[in-house]
Design a protein around this ligand. Structure first.
Ligand code: URA
Length: 256
């Protein structure tokens, strides 16, 4: 079997996806693909909008974050003291990836590894996220990855609402600059903040929402850290990724 195919199978395996190989043709069939496609006929739900104030005020100076370019935005985030999370950070973790990405992945906030290295999703959960993306044919470098909050919450606690609110304008600007064609929200904190809801991931996954008042679809799935603890849920996460891909194809971009 060609090496590429072997790799793809190992990523699918990491996602808990069962693969059948027909003996005659050695054609590979991903069993869940059809199920995933069938399972989700949901229409774009009226995604409740997270209204994001574009202005960040610091030391008396108003900065209209919605006008900043990439470098100014990154510089702003690095020196941000809007909430108390800045006190415990090694560095702010801005975001990484293709600034013209079709896919944007949004997580919760940096953990210890991300705080140290300055890049989102670089720890064990990040490894799994990379494999999840590769399983649908997306190298990490092809997507843009960011978090709800840019500074590590102490003891990896959930970001507080006021902390997420302080960071919201930064994320909104990142989304506006990337202009993704689809957003995948990984985990409860990302989903709840992006969709302005208190519903659980279990209730939100399997549907299509839209970001703020835009037409950018948002698909919710489990956080990879949760999947590391609950590997049985990887099947559902795989279905969510298939839903995202199907949604994108339905938009007629032809760009998976
Ligand atoms: N978990 C997240 O939500 N984001 C990261 O960057 C790392 C872990």
């Amino acid at each position: 079997m060609p090496e590429e195919e072997n790799k793809r199978l190992s990523y699918l395996d990491a996602m808990g996806v069962q693969v059948w190989q027909a003996r005659s043709t050695r054609e590979v069939e991903v069993v869940e693909a059809a199920a995933g496609a069938r399972a989700h006929a949901a229409t774009l739900a009226p995604g409740a909008s997270a209204s994001v104030a574009p202005t960040v005020t610091e030391a008396g100076a108003d900065v209209d974050v919605s006008q900043l370019d990439w470098e100014a935005l990154r510089a702003r985030v690095q020196v941000c003291t809007q909430c108390e999370l800045h006190q415990g950070r090694t560095q702010a973790v801005f975001g990484v990836g293709n600034r013209n990405a079709t896919w944007m992945v949004i997580g919760e906030g940096p953990g210890v590894d991300e705080d140290r290295l300055g890049e989102p999703f670089v720890g064990r959960a990040g490894q799994l996220l990379n494999n999840m993306l590769l399983a649908i044919g997306l190298p990490r470098e092809q997507v843009y990855i960011a978090n709800i909050v840019k500074c590590r919450p102490p003891q990896n606690r959930d970001p507080r609402p006021e902390e997420a609110a302080s960071c919201a304008a930064y994320l909104a600007r990142q989304i506006a600059l990337v202009q993704p064609q689809i957003i995948v929200a990984v985990g409860r904190v990302a989903a709840q903040n992006l969709l302005n809801t208190e519903l659980s991931v279990g209730r939100l996954r399997g549907q299509r929402f839209s970001y703020d008042q835009s037409e950018i679809p948002v698909i919710v799935t489990y956080h990879p850290a949760y999947l590391l603890r609950s590997p049985k849920e990887k099947r559902r996460a795989w279905q969510d990724l298939l839903l995202a891909r199907e949604t994108l194809r339905g938009l007629g971009t032809g760009d998976s």
